[in-house]
Design a binder for this molecule. Structure first.
Ligand code: BGC
Length: 421
């Protein structure tokens, strides 16, 4: 038998041993399905892994490449159908309700109550995390979708002063960039990227009321209005400023084009900032951010969240509860969002370490919430049922990719897709 003296345990090492034993008693595995695979995204999710590992849990990474998460959603379905769901999956918006209605999500009320989530979240966010009054998901951040990013060197070379505030200014700037032989708009080739641009154009051309009526309420009157015609015309005009290699390109490669000075602008949510930051770029100096033209007083939000699935083993359940608590904890909310480009979803967090783009986002989030100009992003799964979202995204992408589809025809198809049951 070992004598304690022979181990020469100091007070400190005893304490460490005791802690390790406590942690080990509850150690479990969390398998986390996410689609954060770009430079900035991977850096961000690594912070959550670190926090979970520090709690003694085993992190099983289930990363599925593909911006916007379409590939991840397909894989998730097959895992759940085969009765083998991950502990947590990156699911958001109305899709949370759909999964909960299947009866496969875990009830997180115990941790939510202990950690006081109701008082730490904006009500609109908390409501989205609940199904029939019970928490089933934990939110990580608030992304703003209606952003445009720019390379200040490119703007300077082209003689463009300041970020465009209207579409007239935008197209004037884009023409100047084209003239100096550069690409005016960096764009990629997935339907969610097309719709990210499309919804910002709708918001900029028609304002908040139109955005809401047409794209959130799917009101046929708004969809068939002249404002929608103008939206489609403007959207098509932007396409003329993208390069021929855009189809199939990932969003982060489009961001890289702006970074490298090959392109002037990119319409993209503020996860693009995560890419710039991961590459060591400095906001205000190496890259610029602004609300998309005509949308300074509005905010399309995109809240990332993890829905938690019902698990059998007690250790896994404990690890899952720890994951939920960690996600809403101040440590994670700060470090994750500093890397991700978003702002903390937890209220009353200090933002002193955040840059001006994040401070602008936070200010506008609070202000637009008061005026009703805070709107859910359709492109990012926040607004409408996944089936209808998919249908209208497809129509908008067909229109974007095929110049032979007239504006009138595109509008007709959009109205029909919005009526999908
Ligand atoms: C997600 C972001 C992600 C982006 C690109 C969005 O829908 O909300 O977290 O970075 O897609 O993958």
């Amino acid at each position: 038998m070992l004598k304690v003296s022979s181990l020469r345990l100091t007070g400190l090492s005893l304490a460490v041993l005791a802690m390790t034993a406590a942690v080990a008693a509850h150690a479990g595995e969390v398998e986390v399905l996410h689609y954060w695979t770009s430079g900035g995204e991977a850096k961000s999710v690594a912070e959550l892994k670190k926090i979970m590992q520090a709690k003694g849990h085993v992190w099983k990474d289930f990363a599925v490449a593909g911006g916007g998460g379409d590939n991840a959603a397909t894989l998730l379905k097959s895992r759940v159908v085969s009765g083998n769901p991950p502990a947590a999956a990156q699911i958001k918006g109305p899709a949370i309700q759909e999964w909960a209605a299947e009866g496969v999500l875990a009830n997180l009320d115990a941790v939510a109550k202990a950690e006081k989530w109701d008082s730490l979240l904006p009500k609109v966010v908390a409501d989205g995390m609940k199904y029939k009054g019970n928490y089933v998901a934990a939110p990580v951040n608030v992304h703003r979708v209606n952003f445009v990013w720019a390379n200040p060197e490119v703007l300077k070379k082209a003689g463009v002063t300041g970020m465009p505030k209207t579409y007239d200014e935008f197209f004037a700037a884009a023409d100047k960039i084209k003239k100096v032989g550069l690409i005016a708009v960096a764009h990629g080739g997935q339907n969610w990227q097309d719709f990210t641009t499309f919804e910002s154009v709708a918001l900029g051309i028609g304002g908040v009321k139109f955005y809401h009526e047409a794209l959130v309420a799917l009101d046929p009157k708004a969809l068939s209005s002249d404002t929608m015609t103008k939206t489609l015309e403007t959207f098509r005009k932007i396409k003329g400023y993208t390069d021929a290699a855009a189809p199939g390109r990932d969003w982060n490669l489009a961001t890289a084009m702006v970074m490298k000075g090959e392109a002037g602008f990119q319409f993209m949510g503020d996860w693009a900032k995560g890419e710039f930051l991961a590459a060591g770029k400095v906001p205000g100096k190496d890259f610029l951010c602004a609300a998309a033209p005509g949308t300074a007083n509005a905010y399309t939000f995109n809240v990332d969240s993890f829905a938690m699935f019902k698990l059998k083993s007690a250790d896994s359940q404990k690890a899952q509860a720890d994951l939920a608590a960690a996600i809403m904890g101040t440590e994670f909310q700060e470090v994750f969002n500093l890397n991700k480009g978003s702002i903390p979803v937890r209220l009353n967090m200090k933002l002193d370490k955040f840059d001006d783009c994040a401070k602008l986002s936070s200010k506008d989030f609070v202000e637009t919430a008061k005026t009703g100009s805070l709107q859910p992003s359709v492109a990012h799964g926040m607004a409408i049922k996944p089936a209808i979202e998919g249908a209208i995204k497809d129509v908008v992408s067909q229109f974007w990719n095929d110049d032979k589809i007239s504006v009138a025809e595109g509008q007709k198809r959009l109205i029909a897709a919005a009526a999908t049951k």
